[in-house]
Design a protein around this ligand. Structure first.
Ligand code: FAD
Length: 304
């Protein structure tokens, strides 16, 4: 069996693999797509000490760094079940194989919920964005829309209002769902327009970049178009934990509950990165959490 088996090859999983391997213990890492969300990212400008890089380049660097150590990398493999037997954890893969380990680190990340309207995929990274902390500064002085009036949408609109020229917040329902204190702050800002009852219907562009968004007015039934340069989609971040339901404690949003050492509700099972309840989903945070979970797993192993 492995001493530590990591599921997920994004920033969190890669950091966990390196920290585990450096302890000289038998380490394996299973990933559906090595690099994770960074493969879908254009510019990364907030990974401290790397002033600017591109997502796919960052993903290659992650894998190279892991390969510099004695780690079994099992890429393009999807885990579908986690069980325990005879004091070992077992991770079952879709391919049919079962991997055994004394400790497991779950780092399967998350995915942004998409609007599923025409233009969204086409203009992803060309005006359509999902992360205000990451991409907000790229829209300095421009006009943007935020789609979604929950806490993350309203936080994004407040954040962006300080950077961009104008923010239009579009909410499907007849009122915002964000906390009252956030809504008060939002309504006090001069360069924000809030439109409710407004399902997004299309993202428009000139073939290269976004230039407008359309929404329906659910009250009158009319279609409206707002000219702008950017669209931030804030309708939810979905953790990749469908395969873990019933095996360990998840939050009501489906995130894995962890303590300060990355330990989950199952002894010997740790978790790190976007898949957990740790707030602020960012690369630099996922990397730190990954390192922490490997140290947590090592501490656990030396006590066995
Ligand atoms: P992920 O990167 O999601 O990696 C999860 C890994 O688990 C992947 O390898 C995946 O294939 C694998 N996996 C999932 N399910 C399974 C399974 N069942 N079996 C096996 N493997 C599985 N953050 C920043 O700090 N700066 C930015 O500029 C930035 N820009 C972003 C732009 C975009 C478009 C997106 C989508 C995100 C951006 N982020 C940015 C957020 C950042 O990418 C994430 O916070 C970070 O990648 C989380 O790392 P992670 O390792 O926890 O998860």
């Amino acid at each position: 069996p492995y001493d530590v088996l990591i599921v997920g090859g994004g920033p969190a999983g890669a950091a966990a693999a390196i920290y585990a391997a450096r302890k000289g213990i038998r380490t394996g890492i299973v990933a559906e797509r090595f690099g994770g969300q960074t493969l879908d990212t254009m510019a990364i400008e907030n990974f401290i000490s790397v002033q600017e890089t591109e997502g796919p380049k960052f993903a290659v660097a992650l894998e190279q760094h892991v390969k510099a150590y004695d780690v079994d990398i099992m890429n393009l493999q999807r885990a579908e079940k986690l069980t325990q037997q005879d004091g070992l954890h077992q991770v079952q893969l879709v391919s049919g194989a079962t991997l055994k380990a004394k400790a497991v680190i779950l780092a399967t990340g998350a995915r942004w919920r998409e609007m599923n309207v025409p233009g969204e995929k086409e203009y992803r990274n060309r005006g359509v964005a999902y992360c205000p902390h990451c991409d907000g500064p790229l829209f300095k002085g421009k006009r943007v829309a935020v789609v979604g009036g929950g806490n993350s949408g309203v936080e994004a609109a407040i954040d962006l209002a300080g950077i961009v020229q104008h923010v239009t917040l579009l909410e499907f329902a007849d009122q915002l769902k964000a906390d009252a204190v956030l809504q008060r702050k939002l309504h006090s800002l001069p360069n924000v327009t809030v439109i409710t009852n407004a399902p997004t219907t299309e993202v428009h562009g000139d073939g290269k970049k976004v230039n407008a968004i359309s929404y329906e007015d659910r009250v009158s039934g009319s279609l409206n178009k707002v000219e702008l340069e950017g669209v931030f989609v804030q309708i939810g971040l979905v953790p990749n934990t469908e395969w873990l339901k019933g095996t360990l404690e998840l939050s009501r949003h489906g995130e894995i509950q962890t303590n300060a050492h990355g330990q989950t509700s199952v002894p010997g099972v740790f978790a790190a990165g976007d898949v957990t309840t740790v707030p602020y989903k960012q690369i630099v945070i996922a990397v730190g959490e990954g390192a922490k979970s490997a140290l947590g797993a090592f501490d656990y192993l030396i006590r066995q």
